[in-house]
Design a protein around this ligand. Structure first.
Ligand code: HEM
Length: 510
């Protein structure tokens, strides 16, 4: 019986292999036709020393352990080209820091790219929310969240006041050297919850009581594992240790607690500033508790870490560039004449402040690197061939990583001093301005196209308000003598989904 079946099994197997072969062959032929039609040529190849590109993974893990991952990426692009091809665990993948290609990925060919394994990689932590969704579900979330994040919801800046008052109180108690980075993470948790739930968790004054410490630790742990899963791309499932699973559970528990505390039973509450509660509005459009929790965790992640990193890097840079700090102080004094009742107009009028934030996000974009995966064979407009100007074919299923951190440091876009922190450059004529595509797509801390950040204005208002209030209250903010003064970009960094400062943002403050 078994022997009689054997030829049948063999035949079935042979048919499957042959069908696969024919399918792949046809796919390759179709790709070739697209390539010829567009005049595509290969992008320069990042050289591997070991089979299957194992050395690339080794380099990434080592650079990460040494807290200098972005330096490695920058080096690879400089060494190879602004668009490159790489072997990654045996699969071909692409990297680009070319504005025209970013335009294609994020906007003009938006439909050709998807999130790839992002949803599966991050799902245990993020659940179902705007960051992990695509297609109709994503559009539904975006349509629901956009009106909630409009600037009229925080026009008077009141949503930031209490948290910044709490921060100032904490700093006053210390009166000496202080690490601002962990405080900024608490500040942004407080402002985000104030905004989302109408009431802040006030982690700056009651960190233990509200379980912020557990949440923050769990959130960081979960994010660290998510980052490791990202590095393995399709093999992400190999990383799923108990520590990761527990951290995800803790994050969700925290979200559940705040939902339970703040969701009004009849769904029609108004918050302290009189608007219908954001949470109630999101609850109304979410199908069940899992969906609501997913959106909340997504928004907490979006609102907390990104803006905390922006604030931390801003002060990190300011104390290392005292002339910039003094110029900023002068602008604040002139615009506000000592009043802490700031308005959005005051913030808008402070153009140097806007330049400082813009320059910080250029050098340290909170989300420094990202990927998309081609859902069908497509073309990047530039980067191939000997002159690196020919279109590049991206076969279906290939991952394309884009590193805005490296793009923002390109001398041909920002000038020979691109590595320096110099807010004044934003009032000058930069190479970036000489080409409309570069101008629109060469500076992308908030991305662009249909999935552009929904919290951009909120984040800039929050960061601007916090910087002004701290500078108004503390006349001395400077670099402690014990701190190293290093070249910008050489300091140690921690890469999770965001990039933060390994040794914190220590300042002498009075
Ligand atoms: C300096 C602060 C911030 C930076 C640099 C930043 C940057 C970004 C970036 C790069 C993306 C695109 C992610 C991707 O598609 O892969 C994004 C998306 C998003 N951001 Fe922000 N963000 C910041 C603050 C905020 C804040 C404060 C909120 C809300 C309170 C927010 C809400 C969102 C949302 C909802 C999305 C998803 C948009 C979509 O997929 O359609 N962001 N952000």
């Amino acid at each position: 019986m078994t022997l009689t079946l054997f030829p049948l099994v063999l035949l079935t197997f042979a048919i499957i292999v042959l069908t696969q072969y024919i399918f792949r062959y046809r796919e390759r032929q179709a790709d070739k036709a697209i390539s010829e039609r567009h005049g595509c040529l290969p992008a320069p190849r990042l050289q591997n020393q070991r089979p299957f590109g194992v050395d690339r993974l080794e380099q990434i893990f080592r650079a990460d352990a040494e807290s200098r991952l972005m330096e490695l990426f920058l080096f690879h692009f400089r060494q190879t080209g602004s668009t490159l091809e790489q072997k990654f665990l045996g699969t071909k993948a692409y990297g680009t820091i070319e504005p025209a290609n970013l335009e294609a990925i994020l906007s003009s060919n938006f439909k050709d790219f998807g999130m790839g394994p992002r949803r599966a990689i991050t799902f245990p932590m993020f659940g179902d929310g705007i960051f992990t969704q695509e297609g109709a579900a994503w559009k539904h979330s975006r349509d629901m969240l956009r009106p909630q994040l409009q600037h009229k919801q925080y026009e008077d800046l009141e949503v930031f006041r209490q948290a910044v008052d709490d921060l100032i109180g904490l700093v006053e108690e210390c009166n000496g050297t202080i690490d601002l980075q962990p405080l900024f993470f608490r500040l942004t948790l407080d402002t985000t919850t104030a905004f989302l739930f109408g009431e802040s968790v006030r982690s700056l004054i009651t960190a233990e009581a509200i379980g912020e410490q557990t949440f923050a630790t769990a959130f960081n742990t979960a994010q660290q594992w998510v980052t490791k899963r990202f590095r393995l791309l399709d093999l992400y499932w190999l990383i799923n240790p108990p520590e990761f699973r527990q951290a995800c559970k803790d994050v969700q528990k925290f979200a559940d607690q705040i939902i339970d505390r703040n969701l009004s039973p009849d769904g029609v509450s108004n918050d302290k500033i009189g608007r219908a509660s954001f949470l109630d509005a999101v609850a109304e459009s979410s199908s069940d508790r899992d969906a609501l929790r997913g959106q909340i965790v997504n928004l907490l992640a979006a609102g907390r870490d990104t803006t905390a990193c922006l604030l931390s890097w801003t002060f990190f840079l300011l104390v290392r560039h005292p002339h910039v700090l003094e110029k900023l102080r002068a602008e604040i004094n002139e615009t506000c004449s000592g009043s802490t009742n700031l308005s959005r107009d005051d913030l808008r009028r402070m153009t140097y402040l806007q330049n400082v934030l813009k320059e910080t996000l250029r050098l340290y974009p909170s989300l420094p690197v990202n990927t998309r995966t081609a859902v069908r064979t497509t073309v990047l407009p530039t980067g191939g061939g000997p002159d690196r100007k020919s279109p590049v074919l991206i076969p279906k299923g290939s991952a394309v990583a884009f590193c805005v951190y490296s793009m923002h440091r390109r001398p041909d876009l920002y000038g020979m001093d691109a590595e320096l922190f110099r807010p004044e450059r934003w009032d000058e004529d930069m190479p970036l301005h000489h080409n409309p595509t570069n101008l629109k797509w060469g500076y992308l801390p908030f991305h662009g196209g249909p999935r552009i950040c929904l919290g951009m204005d909120f984040a800039l208002a929050e960061a601007g308000y916090t910087v002004v209030r701290l500078l108004q209250r503390f006349q001395t903010i400077r670099l402690p003598e014990t701190e190293l003064v290093e070249l910008v970009g050489v300091e140690k960094q921690v890469m999770t989904l965001v990039v933060s400062i390994k040794d914190g943002c220590k300042v002498d403050i009075q």
